[in-house]
Design a protein around this ligand. Sequence first.
Ligand SMILES: Cc1cc2nc3c(=O)[nH]c(=O)nc-3n(C[C@H](O)[C@H](O)[C@H](O)COP(=O)(O)OP(=O)(O)OC[C@H]3O[C@@H](n4cnc5c(N)ncnc54)[C@H](O)[C@@H]3O)c2cc1C
Length: 469
Amino acid sequence: MTGITLSTGFSNGHVSYWVASEPTPPERAPLPGPIEVDVAIIGAGLTGLWTAYYLKEANPDLEVALIEREFAGFGASGRNGGWMSAKPAGMFRRYAKGHGADAAIALQNEMFGAVDESIRVARAEGFDEDIAHDGLLHVATNRAQLHRMRGYLAALRQQGWGGDHLVELSPAEFAERIRIDNALGGYWTRHCARVHPAKYVYGLAAAVERRGAVIYERTTATAVGPHLVRTDRGDVRARHVVQALEGYTVSLSGQARRMLPMNSSMVVTEPLTDDQFDSIGWKGGELLGDVAHSFTYAQRTADGRIALGGRGVPYNFRSSFDQDGRTAEKAVAQLGARVLELFPGLAGARLQHSWSGVLGVPRDWSAAVNHDRQSGVIVAGGYVGHGLTGTNLAARTVRDLILGETTELTRLPWVDHHTRNWELEPLRWIGATALYAAYRYADRREYASGSPRTHPAARFADWVSGRAG
Ligand SMILES: Cc1cc2nc3c(=O)[nH]c(=O)nc-3n(C[C@H](O)[C@H](O)[C@H](O)COP(=O)(O)OP(=O)(O)OC[C@H]3O[C@@H](n4cnc5c(N)ncnc54)[C@H](O)[C@@H]3O)c2cc1C
């Protein structure tokens, strides 16, 4: 596949296209010095902001402070693909193992509700601009993908996805929604909405401030202890400390192996013409994903572009990553090529921006909300790239834990779900690099062979990494 052209003003990094395309919000003041509050939240991404929002809604008298190293929305929450989907951030099998299948299904049901709740609040608070609740399409473009997809649909049916939640589509039915080269079939679910990530997270931050929580920006947390957050601008003492750092968890003292910061990279095209969109038939706001092992996700943006993401260079030695989101040229070329593989008719399209961000991957690939009642520390996250909706559910769960209430949410199987740390380097790097090399190899072989069977390299990678099943 020949490469896609870059626009003359092509931009790489600078957080994300979403952030670059929005007016810069006014800078918030850093922490003025040591303070004492009821709840200290580290990280002003969606997890931290939703937590503050629901706590202030439940009890306006609570003093809630957010400690943010850069600005609200700087992390994954201002960089993501804008898929607000109902897929739980974790593995059904793991949640079911500890708590039974019904508990894991309860988590799935809460995720369906969390999509609607995230949209409801956005509408009520006036930050619903660009949200389109048109659902999510997945496409299979070789026989192995089609076979795998059908197995996946059967598994989802057992995990709480009812009859009308999933609609399998023939190639002709798929083409009525989006025309994709070599589509052999796919499925659609209504449980997903498209968002503009920066508009969404900025809107939520403003709503949080209207409710009286304080966001301290340009303040770095360095360590967490019982009822304490140590920062570069003074200590914050609090009855409750919420750690909401996702891929950035590694920046805290003693937590370097708790979460693996996995890179995800995106590109966005220049605005496409009506003729170009007509040629691919993508008229609505449906999100689009494939069923490849090295997964691709995309949206048609509200301003008439295609934004597409994938793994790029998934992991750097010793958990390092470019803070500004600069993306390796090789990854930009791969993502651009993927746009043209899906839509060869867009050969004249040009890329305007590329960027990367980190998502948090726990050792068992399953998100958790963990509460240490003695120290007052709650850690929420590990969504493995599915946190846009999960942050909302996690935050409401954190609220109930802080308020000391036993609810349906505090009984969910991801509460107090612990896993071990990641391996020491260089094992961590070797494992993550080999995993994605195996997935890329398996994808290539599945296209080349035309076999309906999942390639053994991918099955082996799933088994070794603990993602099988
Ligand atoms: C490129 C990309 C695409 C994605 N696409 C999707 C998608 O389409 N759908 C989906 O569901 N999920 C997606 N995700 C995942 C989703 O964005 C995340 O799960 C979610 O945003 C996590 O929110 P968070 O608040 O937990 O973490 P973050 O948004 O990462 O927030 C953490 C915050 O902590 C701050 N911080 C870091 N270190 C410190 C410190 N030491 N002290 C104080 N503050 C600190 C950071 O600046 C940041 O603002 C994607 C992620 C990426 C990177």
